[in-house]
Design a protein around this ligand. Structure first.
Ligand SMILES: Nc1ncnc2c1ncn2[C@@H]1O[C@H](COP(=O)(O)OP(=O)(O)OP(=O)(O)O)[C@@H](O)[C@H]1O
Ligand SMILES: [Mg+2]
Length: 369
C-alpha cells in the first residue's frame, strides 16, 4: 500500500503507517487503480457502500457507483491530467445504499494511473442549505406571504361567517366552540395582514401582557385541535411580572412551537410541558442590539417526541427548513423573527424524547404600555 502511504503522509512517511491512518479516519477513502479496479478501502468506505472490504476489492468503481455517476468521469480526468479535482454534492445514491450525496476530492496517487478518492458525505441540513441558496429564500418569503395573504383571506371570511350562523343554532353549552372559531379566524386575519410585511420589521403593538393568558389561549386551541389526546402539563410561576409584548404575535409564537411539539410526539404517549419562570440573572445581547439587556422571563415548551435530527438543529429557525411532507418550514422562521422583534431570544436543545424550546423575554417596565 505504498502509494496511499505516500499520498497521505508525504514522501518521508513509513510505508506501513498509512493504511492505519486512513483506517482511523471517519471519511470514506478509496484507492482506484488504472483500470478502475478498487485497490484499497477504509472502514468508512465499507460502511458508505454497505459492502465489506473483501467484496469491494473484487470490483471496479463502475460496479459500486451509481449508473452514469459523474464520479467515474472525474476519476478519468484525474488519471489523464494528473491534477486533483473537487466536486460538490455528487449523487452517490444506489438502491443498496439509499439516498447519499457527498463532496468528492480525487487526487493522483504516487503509483501512475492510481487515484485516491475522498468522499465527504453531506448531511441533510447542508443539502437543504444548498437548495435554499438556489431558491433565493428571501425573495420566496415575501412572494409567498403575498400569495398566502391573498389566498387565505377569502376562505377565512367564509369560515367566520359560518361560525356566526352556527352560533345562533347550537345549544348554549357549545357556544364556546363557535366563539373560538370566530376569534381564531379574526386572529388569523390580523396575522395575515401583518405577515404581508414579513420582510420589514413587524409593527408590534406592544403592551404589558400576562404571558399565562397567552399560554392559556394556546393550550385551549391545542387541546381542541392538533394536540388532542396528548398530555399537556403546566408548571407556572404565578408571580411572573407582565411581558412587554404583542399578544397576537406571542400567541402565534407559542402556537407554532406547541404545534411542532405535537407533530413530533407519538399519538398515544405524547407529553408536552409548558413552564414559566423568572430568571433575573439572564442578561443577553439580542441580535442587532448593542447593549446587553435583561431577559428574565423564561417560557419553555418541552416534548417527549422523536427530537430534532442533530444535523438539522442549527438550521431549524431558517425559512423552508422542514422534514414534514406538508410542512412549509415557516413556523420557526416566524417564531425567530417575532421573538427577535420583541428583543428576546429563542433557542432549542434536542435529543430523542426530550426537546426543549426556550424563549427569553423582557419584562414590561413600570409605566410602559
Ligand atoms: N419539537 C420538535 N421536535 C422535533 N422536531 C422539530 C420540533 N420542532 C421543530 N422541529 C423540526 O424543525 C422543522 C422546522 O419547523 P418549522 O415549524 O419551521 O416548519 P414545519 O413545522 O416543518 O412547517 P410549518 O410550521 O411551516 O407548517 C420541522 O420540520 C421539524 O423537523
Ligand atoms: Mg411548524
Amino acid at each position: 500500500m505504498g502509494t496511499v502511504s505516500n499520498a497521505l503522509l508525504g514522501p518521508a512517511a513509513n510505508d506501513t503507517g498509512a493504511p492505519e491512518l486512513a483506517a482511523l479516519l471517519p471519511v470514506p477513502i478509496l484507492v482506484v487503480g488504472r483500470e478502475g479496479q478498487i485497490t484499497y478501502v477504509n472502514p468508512a468506505a465499507e460502511q458508505m457502500f454497505a459492502s465489506s472490504e473483501g467484496q469491494l476489492l473484487k470490483h471496479t468503481l463502475a460496479d459500486v457507483a451509481p449508473f452514469g455517476s459523474p464520479l467515474l468521469e472525474l476519476v478519468r480526468q484525474v488519471q489523464t491530467r494528473g491534477a486533483s479535482v473537487v466536486e460538490h454534492d455528487v449523487d452517490l445514491s444506489t438502491p443498496k445504499t439509499g439516498e447519499r450525496f457527498a463532496d468528492v476530492t480525487i487526487a493522483p496517487a504516487a503509483e501512475a494511473g492510481s487515484v485516491i478518492v475522498l468522499l465527504q458525505e453531506r448531511g441533510l441540513a447542508q443539502r437543504l442549505d444548498r437548495q435554499l441558496l438556489h431558491r433565493g429564500a428571501a425573495r420566496s418569503v415575501s412572494g409567498m406571504s403575498a400569495v398566502l395573504a391573498h389566498e387565505i383571506k377569502n376562505p377565512l371570511a367564509g369560515i367566520r361567517g359560518a361560525s356566526q350562523l352556527l352560533e345562533e343554532v347550537v345549544p348554549e353549552s357549545e357556544r364556546g366552540l363557535t366563539a373560538l372559531i370566530r376569534d381564531e379566524a379574526d386572529r388569523i386575519r390580523a396575522l395575515i395582514d401583518r405577515m404581508e410585511s414579513f420582510g420589514s420589521p413587524a409593527a408590534l403593538a406592544k403592551e404589558p401582557i400576562n404571558i399565562h393568558e397567552v399560554l392559556a389561549r394556546v393550550r385551549q386551541v391545542a387541546e381542541t385541535s392538533f394536540a388532542r389526546g396528548l398530555r399537556l402539563t403546566e408548571i407556572y410561576d404565578p408571580s411572573l411580572p407582565p411581558v412587554l409584548g404583542d399578544r397576537d404575535h406571542l400567541i402565534q409564537v407559542f402556537m407554532n412551537i406547541v404545534k411542532n411539539a405535537a407533530d413530533a410526539c407519538a399519538p398515544e404517549a405524547g407529553e408536552i410541558a409548558l413552564t414559566t419562570a423568572f430568571k433575573p440573572g439572564v442578561r443577553l445581547a439580542a441580535p442587532g442590539a448593542a447593549a446587553r439587556h435583561s431577559l428574565p422571563l423564561e417560557v419553555t415548551v418541552r416534548d417527549n417526541g422523536k427530537g430534532v435530527p442533530a444535523d438539522l438543529l442549527p438550521y431549524i429557525f431558517d425559512p423552508f427548513v422542514t422534514t414534514k411532507a406538508s410542512g412549509a418550514g415557516l413556523g420557526l422562521a416566524l417564531v425567530a423573527k417575532i421573538i427577535g422583534d420583541h428583543g428576546g431570544v429563542v433557542e432549542c436543545e434536542s435529543q430523542p424524547r426530550r426537546t426543549v424550546f426556550r424563549v427569553l423575554l423582557p419584562v414590561a417596565a413600570k409605566g410602559e404600555g
